[in-house]
Design a protein around this ligand. Structure first.
Ligand SMILES: C[S@@+](CC[C@H](N)C(=O)[O-])C[C@H]1O[C@@H](n2cnc3c(N)ncnc32)[C@H](O)[C@@H]1O
Length: 302
């Protein structure tokens, strides 16, 4: 459901799987304490992009985020700095430190690396190829489902060289060497900006990749959890939460972007029994049908 500013929302706790077309401070003001299981979000960066002219009040939002996140749960704050007159603003660091002053622990300073950054031939800097992903937690993290990758398979390398799989004493090397077959991936997540998803995400000027939202949602939440994005934009967090069996609440101040988000979520065609209750404040309420289990890597652009 999209609920717009000025509608009858006073005193009502925000509903799951709903887009609130309003200032996120208004949405959060109606949330009880310790309400959401995860926040994945990317705020407006300095005044880098106009976003139809909307600004935001960082300090009030940070205080509210601390109040509404459950103890042991995380906020993934994806942010970069503007560079002006030869210096970066430093806003990202200032925000991370302010979150810590408010009581968050800084669980991990992660990097969102863009594998094909926009070349900047005229500046006296290297190409800007990353953004910060501050994983901030109220207390210590309770949910962590790490993404793993295969470790180098020495046995396969050995076999490929035509060597025997047995030690001199006849013991099978694979069994004798008790190595771990998988390890946690690093805290640098890499995504290509070259491919847009085939939905309407590209109508928003600053989306993050679906795979990025996917990776954080899987890492820091469980099935059925409630994921909140206070700066929903084109709805990437909402879409990815639903695809992974989580619930979402989104706030987005621009009506235009709310419509984009709604369109993307409708395109998922989620069955009514999957807790999805998207309808319009306008008469065309449409239940969604036929959810795909996983989004896959779309590698879309930020
Ligand atoms: C960086 S974009 C988020 C993009 C989003 N992650 C995506 O993938 O589409 C930030 C969004 O925050 C919205 N915004 C700015 N101030 C806001 C506020 N106070 N409350 C809610 N939304 C706000 C802007 O309109 C913009 O769409």
């Amino acid at each position: 459901m999209i609920i717009g500013a000025g509608q009858d929302t006073a005193h009502r706790a925000p509903k799951k799987n709903t887009i609130y077309c309003e200032n996120c401070l208004d949405t959060m003001s109606r949330m009880p304490d310790d309400f959401v299981d995860l926040v994945v979000t990317s705020p407006p960066y300095d005044d880098f992009r106009a976003y139809n002219g909307y600004a935001f009040d960082f300090d009030s939002i940070a205080i509210e985020l601390y109040r509404i996140i459950k103890t042991g749960c995380c906020i993934v704050w994806i942010v970069g700095d503007k560079t002006e007159k030869g210096t970066e603003s430093g806003t990202s660091f200032r925000q991370a430190l302010r979150f810590m002053e408010l009581g968050f622990s800084l669980n991990d300073t992660m990097i969102y690396e863009k594998t094909n950054p926009v070349p900047q031939p005229t500046s006296k800097r290297y190409a800007q190829a990353f953004e910060y992903m501050f994983v901030l937690c109220k207390g210590l993290v309770s949910t962590f489902n790490p993404i793993n990758e295969e470790t180098l398979d020495y046995y396969k390398l050995w076999k490929n060289k035509g060597k025997t799989n047995r030690n001199k004493n006849g013991i099978n090397r694979d069994k004798a060497c008790n190595w771990n077959k998988t390890k946690k991936i690093s805290n640098i997540f890499k995504y290509s900006l070259s491919r847009w998803s085939n939905d309407c995400q590209s109508k928003h000027p600053a989306t993050f990749p679906e795979q990025l939202a996917n990776d954080h949602i899987l890492s820091w939440s469980n099935l059925g959890d409630l994921v909140y994005d206070p700066f929903l934009g084109s709805g990437t967090t909402a879409k990815t939460a639903l695809v992974n069996g989580r619930n979402f609440i989104g706030s987005e101040i621009s009506e235009e972007y709310c419509r984009i988000a709604e369109e993307r979520i409708h395109a998922l065609r989620i069955p009514a029994q999957n807790t999805m209750d998207i309808c319009h404040t306008a008469p065309n309420s449409a239940m969604l049908q036929g959810l795909k289990p996983h989004a896959g890597n779309t590698g879309t652009s930020a």
